[in-house]
Design a protein. Structure first.
Ligand code: ARG
Length: 277
């Protein structure tokens, strides 16, 4: 054998041995599925299951201080629209859902390692898409501005310049506040903490998604008021579930479950129960 062929043969046997180890060994790292569907008998489409679902548990990260999408229920466990939605998705997929309450800002980097997916009223955003793949969107949202009830100074974007603005760290409200000239942006671990500081008189305004803004304003009638998106030129945002970037099978399963819930009326029932109540 020529020398190059010897080397090639040696490399091939190494590759085979390595391949066998990878195939036979117990691995927790899911394989990347480039193809998530296969042709079944009679041309039917059979979905390939993500290896993240084979243990029967879907681990979900959230930040439970964002009502009505997620908050801590009376029993201290996360509850809310997103939690009910991901539980319904889990049921469709035949897996148990385990929810972990985490910092919002660490959700995207935890997807695919500490947690399988994240659901947290999370807006689809190109920066986040570098780390995660989003499911189909499930809710249209927009930012609002919360101010003290007696405030008359804040009316539009220009009036926010130079103001002390509270946001939750790493949110789209944070991204918007970051662009406001001269603003002193205070970043909190939760929106609930930002709202507390607004009530304490330490902030001029909080930039926050509309539905949570309505909940916080409703809980603090006469103390806080809500300014709509119109005068601030905020644009529509869309919530989706953040999934691991390499796991097309998981994204496909979640999208299929989401579509089924939208068709069978479960989704609308959850909107009525949690958001439009
Ligand atoms: N929609 C905003 C964003 O994606 C805020 C989400 C905050 N969610 C939460 N559970 N705290 O940045």
């Amino acid at each position: 054998m020529k020398k190059v062929w010897k080397i090639a043969a040696l490399m091939l046997s190494f590759a085979l041995i390595l391949g066998c180890f990878a195939a036979c060994g117990e691995t927790k790292t899911p394989t990347a599925d480039s193809e998530h569907t296969t042709e079944g008998e009679g041309g039917t489409t059979v979905m390939t299951q993500s290896s993240r679902l084979t243990d029967g548990v879907l681990t979900v990260g959230t930040n439970a201080a964002f009502p009505p999408f997620e908050y801590l229920g009376d029993d201290g466990d996360p509850d809310g629209f997103d939690i009910a939605l991901i539980e319904a998705i889990g049921e469709k997929l035949g897996v148990t859902v385990e929810v972990m309450d985490m910092e919002f800002d660490s959700l995207c980097t935890s997807v695919g390692n500490r947690i399988d997916v994240a659901i947290a009223g999370m807006t689809v955003d190109p920066e986040r898409e570098k780390t995660v793949t989003f499911s189909d969107t499930y809710y249209k949202a927009i930012q609002n501005v919360l101010v003290p009830a007696d405030d008359t100074a804040i009316t539009d974007m220009a009036s926010l310049e130079g103001k002390v603005i509270g946001v939750q760290q790493g949110t789209t409200g944070d991204m918007i506040a970051d662009e406001i000239a001269g603003a002193d942006v205070r970043r909190y671990n939760t929106f609930a903490l930002a709202v507390e500081d607004l009530k304490n008189g330490n902030l001029d305004a909080v930039i926050i998604d509309q539905n949570p803004a309505e909940v916080f304003a409703g809980e603090n009638e006469g103390v806080l008021k809500l300014l709509g998106a119109e005068n601030f030129g905020f644009t529509d945002e869309y919530y989706a579930i953040a999934c691991p970037k390499d796991d097309t099978a998981l994204v496909a399963s979640i999208n299929a479950a989401l579509a089924a819930l939208q068709t069978d009326g479960t989704f609308d029932a959850l909107v009525a129960e949690y958001i439009e109540k």
